[in-house]
Write a protein that binds this ligand. Structure first.
Ligand code: AMP
Ligand code: MG
Length: 415
């Protein structure tokens, strides 16, 4: 990894991409796994591939309501009259055999009766007495769902490293699988640093600010399914910090802190954490969130995030989230996608750093456009709450004028 020399020779300056790969290259799943029931697998990461114990669907079945017929019976280029000899329901198959000149009324999901090989949809068929009239133009094998076409017996239904969402729970259930082996939850200890921080629930003294970062991080970590160790606020005091780092590294896989990594303060804790482990203090060429610490303290990984509330969220989502997923056993994922959208706002930017602005993707005049979501100061959480995406401006880029195309990264995925 190439490290450019920043303003401070002791604080290397990295691009966002360099920082991401420097982090992700070092991380692998923490040891430990457990068996859990399917419902409890939500948000958990499979430690072993799930091999399909059966075919899904289990048998050839009809994709439509209609008639099961023998394709060879159909007259090409003309109607064919067939005798309806029974009905097949999903869950109540037709137990006979479809013979020459015969058809079976069939419902979606019902097994294909023996002898039949093609489904004629009911909308094109006409019944007359005990007969069904099939028009010309049917295709052999149409409207059938084949046994195993979703998941084949013995095949990999879900790979190791897959994080289970709603679709995976359903897929496991479709195989009749009741339990899976997952990685154990990642244990994350987190605390805020700063003499000015007050805890919620009591009035602020002059000069104090409420500690919001711990709540932001609580939310972000909870959504990732981590086991949390909330260590509260730690004062800017070497002895208190040392105690906190020792306690955190003894009980957690990851230590997440906010504050205390800006140039003056970093010097203050640099010596401490380097005594307890090996930590790099980086200046990342991004805005907001320039300073960040990353490394090992004891047996734990440390992410020392900046103190500004928006910088916490930016660095968490750009660097920490994927790192925590990797430590949780998630197989490497593609970077979250960037979409090109026309911007409706004026944005001032100096070339040099990658900037993450809070944006709002809206539909206006039948088109998707993005606009700035309020004031962009790195302490202003309100605009973070009002935004639904980051506007990501590349290192080399300068000012943005209304009508320019910019890249955005959406906050929420659908599933
Ligand atoms: P620092 O990185 O410690 O220099 O903090 C940068 C700014 O973020 C300062 O204005 C701090 O008061 C503020 N800040 C630091 N930690 C927190 C926190 N836990 N909650 C809210 N604001 C914070
Ligand atoms: Mg501070």
């Amino acid at each position: 990894m190439e490290q450019k020399t920043g303003a401070s020779a002791r604080t290397p300056s990295l691009s966002a991409d360099e920082a991401r790969s420097a982090i992700l290259d070092r991380l692998a799943a923490v040891p430990g796994r457990e068996r859990v029931a399917v419902r409890s697998a939500l948000g958990r990461v499979l430690a072993e591939a799930v091999i399909a114990p059966c075919n899904v669907p289990a048998h050839d079945n009809s994709a439509m309501d209609g008639f099961a017929v023998r394709f060879a019976d159909l007259t090409s280029g003309a109607e064919t009259a067939l005798t309806v000899v029974g009905t097949a329901f999903a869950g109540k198959p037709f137990s006979g055999i479809v013979g020459a000149g015969q058809a079976v009324r069939i419902m979606t999901g019902a097994p294909i009766p023996q002898g039949a090989d093609t489904i004629v949809v009911q909308e094109v068929a006409r019944t007359e007495g005990g007969q069904v009239i099939v028009p010309a133009g049917q295709r052999a094998g149409q409207n059938l769902r084949r046994a195993g076409e979703d998941l084949a017996l013995g095949g990999v239904a879900l790979p190791a490293g897959k994080r289970c969402g709603p679709a995976e729970l359903g897929l496991l259930a479709s195989l009749g699988v009741a339990e899976v082996t997952v990685h154990r939850r990642l244990r994350v200890a987190f605390f805020s640093t700063g003499d000015e921080l007050a805890s919620i629930g009591k009035p602020l003294a002059p000069g104090e600010v409420y500690d919001s970062n711990r709540y932001t991080l609580f939310g972000a970590l909870s959504r990732l399914g981590c086991e949390l160790l909330d260590m509260g606020v730690v004062r800017d005091d070497p002895a208190a910090l040392e105690t906190a780092f020792r306690e955190a590294s003894a009980s957690a896989d990851v230590i997440l802190t906010s504050g205390g990594v800006s140039v003056g303060e970093a010097d203050f804790i640099r010596e401490l954490v380097n005594r307890l482990g090996q930590v790099a203090f980086w200046k990342i060429d991004i805005k907001p969130g320039r300073p960040m610490a990353f490394g090992r303290v004891g047996d734990a990984w440390l992410f020392g995030l900046p103190g500004n509330p928006v910088a916490v969220l930016v660095t968490f989502y750009q660097f920490v989230q994927d790192a925590l997923l990797a430590l949780s056993g998630v197989a490497p994922l593609p970077d979250s996608p960037l979409f090109e959208v026309v911007c409706d706002s004026v944005i001032r930017k100096q070339p040099g750093r990658r900037e993450y602005l809070r944006g709002r993707l809206v539909r206006r005049g039948g088109k998707q456009i993005v606009e700035l979501a309020g004031a962009q100061g790195s302490g202003i959480l309100r605009s973070m709450s009002e935004a639904n995406c980051f506007i990501v401006l590349s290192e080399a880029g300068g000012d943005v004028a209304p009508g320019d195309t910019v890249q955005i990264q959406l906050f929420d995925g659908l599933i």
